[in-house]
Ligand binder design. Structure first.
Ligand code: MN
Length: 208
């Protein structure tokens, strides 16, 4: 995901209706074409007004916002994070019940959480615990799998680890179909998790 200004809204890696019936087509249209597009437009506008920042990649922008003047910190963190987090979330899903596996990640999950099912229960609990808008993440931090949450569009880029999986729990991710039932959305999200992608991210980190 090493992308540079001007950022463009790359297409989803699957059709808008690919995640039906678990995540509906209309939600995917709104989420990708309007919500993500708005973050992209706002980020491009911010960089247009601050040309010194145009040479940095999306990931670099997410790491350097702390060192910027106050008036740039929140808009950069929110909009660069909004682009990065949404792409990471969209790329982590695929058609329901398509064959995919993550043998090494599942083995690590069993070691850390007891079993993949116990991981899912803990991950769901974490996703439900996010107050307001944010994300739950599975990360590898210093070789240890951890479940963490982030508020708003904050991206938990770790100096000592990396991101494996995320679920967007902003209401716009599920409200049209699941109304206020975040738990039902999370159960449905598990049906469309791209475990191949999670495995690829996991093995990419451990082989570094
Ligand atoms: Mn979202």
């Amino acid at each position: 995901m090493n992308m540079y200004y001007p950022f463009v809204n790359t297409p989803l890696p699957y059709p808008y209706n690919a995640l039906e019936p678990f995540i509906d087509e209309k939600t995917m249209h709104l989420h990708h074409d309007r919500h993500l597009q708005t973050y992209i437009d706002n980020l491009n506008r911010l960089l247009e007004e601050n040309p010194a920042l145009q040479k940095f990649s999306l990931e670099e922008l997410l790491l350097l916002w702390r060192r910027l003047p106050c008036h740039l910190q929140a808009p950069l963190r929110n909009n660069a994070g909004g682009v990065y987090n949404h792409r990471f979330y969209f790329d982590g899903m695929r058609e329901p019940d398509s064959p995919s596996s993550s043998p090494r990640l599942f083995e690590a999950m069993a070691h850390r959480f007891g079993s993949p099912e116990k991981f899912m229960a803990q991950f769901k609990e974490a996703a439900l615990s996010v107050f307001g808008s944010g994300y739950a993440w599975l990360v590898l931090d210093r070789g240890i799998l951890k479940i963490i949450t982030s508020a708003n569009q904050n991206t938990p880029l770790l100096p000592s680890g990396a991101l494996i999986l995320t679920v967007d729990v902003w209401e716009h991710a599920y409200y049209l179909k699941h109304y206020n039932l975040r738990a039902a959305y999370i159960d449905d999200w598990f049906r469309v998790v791209n475990w191949d992608k999670a495995e690829e991210r996991f093995t990419g980190i451990i082989s570094r």
